[in-house]
Design a protein around this ligand. Sequence first.
Ligand code: NOJ
Ligand code: MG
Length: 578
Amino acid sequence: MKIFVGIFIIFAASTAVRAATKAWWERGNFYQIYPRSFKDSDGDGIGDINGIAEKMPYLKEIGMDGVWLSPIFKSPMVDFGYDISNYTDIHYEYGTLADVDKLIKVCKRLGIKLILDFVPNHTSNQHPWFLKSEANDPYYKDFYVWAPGTINSETGEREPPSNWNSLFRFTAWQWSEKRQEYYLHQCLIEQPDLNYRNPNVVQEMKNVLLFWLDRGIDGFRVDAIPYIFETQYENGTFPDEPVSGLCSDVNGTCYLDHIYTKDLEETYNLVYDWHDMLVNYTNQHGGDVRILMTEAYTTLEKTVDFYGNPFGRVGSQIPFNFEMINYINVNSTPADYKKEIDAWITNMPKGTDFVPNWVVGNHDQHRVVNRFGVNRGDAINMMVQMLPGIAITYYGDEIVMSDLWIPYNETVDQLALNMGPDDYWAVDRDPARTPMQWDNTTMAGFSTSKKTWLPVNPNYQKGVNVKDERLKIGSHLNVFKKLVRMRKNRKVLQDGSTVTIADNNLLIIKRETETLQLFVALNFGTEDQDFVINDYFVPLKKLYTASVVSDNLNIRQGHLIRPTDKIKIPKDAGIVIE
Ligand code: NOJ
Ligand code: MG
């Protein structure tokens, strides 16, 4: 079914009322850029900093307040930049520090905040710190987690210090011939874990933050934060983790219950310290608040602890809300959606300093439409934009890009390769990292090169690209732009209360202030459903559609709806009514 979607912006006097002044990030629309895939400015088939700068006006056009970049730093690229060999220099394929300075200027001129990825858990095994640590240099010796392991008395063979396994499969310990010890790597072998029990490591990483703050960066997305500390006994040994019972794959991360390698108490104070450091920085240097966004796939309770603790310590402004990513899929019911939305709002700390956020996609997940349902791209964007707080969009989700199937022998994501050819697809991250689709020229306008680092999804020729969608009324992009505009301009979306209702096929989100109401009704069910406003809400005197429609929606955009009118909302479609 083809879905046309559109929103009518309605002029009601009341909507002119502006929300009270808020910090720039509090109702922000954030956009994630995967630098390798956004825009190639120099024709090598790989996205770069100048490409990002060139496209920044587009992010302004679609109403973004902040953008976060996946890592741009010097890296051997085993994990495409999450293996950093120099935190304060730029990877050569992406450009130079001077290019970043230019990008910062462009962002400042456009009023878009720029956030960098901060990867504190591990460096690359090519980082000079690691090379020196491996060589037992006195200052760097304890920068990483080293242990000799044990000799098995029966076999006489050396064995790793514990049974810990890596997020990327297999043991988390790698033997170093040079140092004659094992080092810990919770991610890839090429990503040794830093040792946060060493105060010098803590200081060096603070220096990294300061370096970027001084260059004019507005905040940091903090990578893999739950893995930063591990339990080590005083005698230097590491306790084995119990079997989780969650899966039978002995090499998989799911095999063990990570009570000694994940979510340790100390993690939170470290994040709160970074927060305090950013606050001090702003106090000393002026300018707008610098923020933290934290990446933690963990329980809801442990995620919201990153906001702060009951003793007044504050941490991340945006602890990524992965509830939808973790628990919602194509088979989820409207009640499931409701449950996840409500759970976040109920469990997050109360108070004006704490703002919810909504994440549906990123560079580690399959594309939104491949997880939530092929025709639901707009409905999901509607949900995110109409919910309170902070909306986060992964590049390309505004034009509804979809996964590209890539055969195993052309796969470059190491996580997928570690799974082997039979099972790689489930975890493969390449499909959602394909080049941004800008127009309908060769390579979707991403690059002039004949070969790009990942192939371009051919659906760019079928209208899935910025240029074509810009021109087409009711395109995904135009729906997205209208949603963002509405979100910026409507007091009810800024400050209104939020009520969710699950009714058969519909998820209804109602936003309300004393004088205003706005509803979004999303059909996340299995069949079309009639919607009568009277059934859910006190009828308003005047009700306008602001609507997402599909081929067989029985109302037209911009039409007045009476409380008793029956609107048929097709499966996968959504409407916004104010
Ligand atoms: C989380 C990042 O999002 C992912 O892409 C990366 O592979 C791991 N952390 C390791 O840094
Ligand atoms: Mg390039």
